[in-house]
Design a protein around this ligand. Structure first.
Ligand SMILES: [Zn+2]
Length: 113
């Protein structure tokens, strides 16, 4: 396994370990380290790291169909940048946006008779 992927798995395990131990300050630190490392990877490596984790931890389960987002960087900067792009909204966010737009239109309709 390539070094960045092995490191990703180590950092992931540290998140899980501290989380299970309810060691909160350590959990924050572990996630920060995982996200920082995630940011240095390419989308392809991120995908590969998550697939490797899945195969290791759930060898009997097929990979989930919904895994396009596995290539996304989880760091705050990238997550915020994704949210800012209308095209990459999560399904529930798109739904909410459509609803809001519809309500606005209905409103206009009511006011304009
Ligand atoms: Zn990032």
């Amino acid at each position: 396994m390539a070094e960045p992927l092995a490191r990703w798995l180590t950092l992931y395990d540290e998140c899980e370990r501290t989380y299970n131990a309810r060691d909160h300050p350590a959990v924050d630190k572990a996630f920060a380290a995982l996200y920082a490392h995630d940011h240095t990877l390419t989308a392809r490596d991120r995908m590969a790291a998550r697939i490797a984790r899945w195969r290791r931890d759930s060898p009997d389960e097929p990979l989930p169909d919904e895994r396009d987002w596995w290539g996304h960087c989880l760091c705050r900067t990238c997550a915020a940048a994704r949210l800012a792009q209308v095209g990459s909204l999560a399904p529930w966010q798109r739904q909410q946006k459509t609803l809001t737009t519809q309500r606005k239109k209905e409103h206009i309709h009511v006011w304009n008779g």
